[in-house]
Write a protein that binds this ligand. Structure first.
Ligand code: HEM
Length: 392
């Protein structure tokens, strides 16, 4: 079970057989403290959902992902809304919610269609590509720049830093690019506090929590959270989704031939199957139970989302990739009050990019061995070499 907190485990794919064993025999399992603090692992669907839906007992403000004990507390704790609890969480979440509602998202569709068409056209013209960098990473960055209403002139630089922050070869290059993003948002937040516009950065810069304006640092961390949340997981889910389609050619053919008929269920099955957020953590603030297990105040509980999404108690044939699966109440986007605020946006982006792929690509072939990430927080591909043939 200690393999779960070793990044190397994920280089060979997700540990589904270990999770299956845990769901059967030790669904709420204790991990002794070592490099990470001690924690409980929840692997069954019902237990994971119950923890995520219970902010009374399980809090987010001390961190939502496992961190090595040597790194200390999460610097985002009680500052970003993902790492806040009610009432602070509720105030910030309500302030940003309108930007993720259909009325605002509909205004982005035309821009998204143009961007997706251009990205796929370029990839098809190139023929052999790295699908992660050349397709999956592109659309979310373009979109989030539009979403945050970044000035047109700044977008290429922000897009470049964001791609570097995720895809650059060395950790130093990745962290330098991330520092540039933080610096950029620091200037933008200060500017929009002075001269607010009708955009999400201005909404955050003008937001009062507990009667006080959020500090500019908090605004920056929340913007960064949106940029990272809005790009990293979409990139991973899109790329792993493409790999799943390559490995299930009958599902790729189904999507290509009957896109309009299956699009409403296909994206959710890709989200369930790929479950790119590997775990979410909570801290118990009172004694309680998860399944049959007693949990004490102060205990950490780690919810393994890909495991919950393969639980046969919830899903028929959970290990079958079925684009027509319905119902499909997966937990890839979380559950409860912290349910992914970008849930609608993800679906919109993935529908748009897969629609373009189906329209422009005839056949897809592997052009090399895909490389996986060695992270315990998110899972998926670092690279996916593919050859795309145009649709005739
Ligand atoms: C495939 C794509 C995505 C996946 C798999 C994903 C996954 C998740 C999950 C599991 C959570 C729950 C966190 C928790 O319970 O503590 C979450 C929350 C969140 N997501 Fe996403 N996400 C995706 C895309 C996006 C996008 C496009 C955005 C925004 C532009 C976004 C922004 C956020 C934010 C800000 C939160 C925190 C919400 C809160 O605490 O109230 N995510 N996401």
């Amino acid at each position: 079970m200690d393999n779960l907190v070793d990044g190397a485990t994920y280089l060979d794919g997700l540990p589904f057989s270990l999770w299956q064993w845990m769901r059967e025999y030790e669904p709420v399992a204790w991990h002794e403290p070592a490099a990470f603090p001690g924690f409980w692992s929840a692997t069954r669907y019902d237990d994971v959902k119950a923890v995520l839906r219970d902010p009374e007992h399980f809090r987010s403000s001390s961190g939502i992902v496992l961190r090595p004990s040597a790194q200390g507390a999460d610097p985002g704790g009680n500052r970003t809304f993902a790492l806040s609890d009610p009432p602070r969480h509720t105030v910030i979440r309500e302030a940003v919610a309108a930007w993720f509602a259909p009325r605002h998202l509909n205004t982005l569709q035309a821009e998204l269609d143009v961007a997706a068409h251009r990205i796929v056209q370029k990839a098809v013209e190139a023929g052999t590509i790295d699908f992660v960098a050349d397709v999956a990473a592109q659309l979310p960055v373009d979109l989030i720049c539009a979403f945050l209403d970044l000035p047109e002139a700044d977008r290429p630089a922000v897009a470049g830093w964001t791609n570097q922050a995720f895809c650059a070869g060395t950790a130093r290059e990745r962290s330098l690019a991330h520092a540039k993003i933080l610096g950029y948002f620091a200037d933008l937040a200060a500017e929009r506090r002075e001269k607010p516009g009708d955009d999400l950065v201005s909404a955050l810069a003008s937001l009062a929590v507990d009667g006080e304006l959020m500090s500019l640092d908090e605004v920056v961390l929340n913007c960064d959270n949106l940029l990272v949340g809005g790009t990293e997981n979409v990139r991973l889910a899109t790329a792993s989704g493409m790999l799943a389609l390559l490995e299930h050619p009958e599902q790729w053919e189904l999507l290509r031939r009957r896109f309009d008929a299956v699009e409403s269920t296909a994206v959710d099955e890709i989200l369930r199957w790929t479950s790119s957020a590997t775990h979410m953590m909570r801290k118990a603030v009172a004694d309680t139970r998860v399944g049959d297990q007693q949990i004490r105040e102060g205990d950490l509980v780690v919810c393994w989302l890909p495991s919950a999404n393969r639980d046969h108690r919830q899903f028929g044939d959970p290990d079958v990739f079925d684009l027509q699966r319905s119902p499909n109440r997966h937990l890839a986007l979380g559950a409860g009050p912290h349910f992914c605020v970008g849930g609608r946006l993800v679906r919109l982006e993935m529908r748009t990019i897969f629609r373009e792929l189906c329209a422009q690509v005839g056949s897809v072939r592997s052009a090399g061995i895909p490389e996986r990430l060695d992270s315990i927080v998110v899972n998926g591909l670092r690279s996916l070499p593919l050859t795309l043939q145009p649709n005739k």
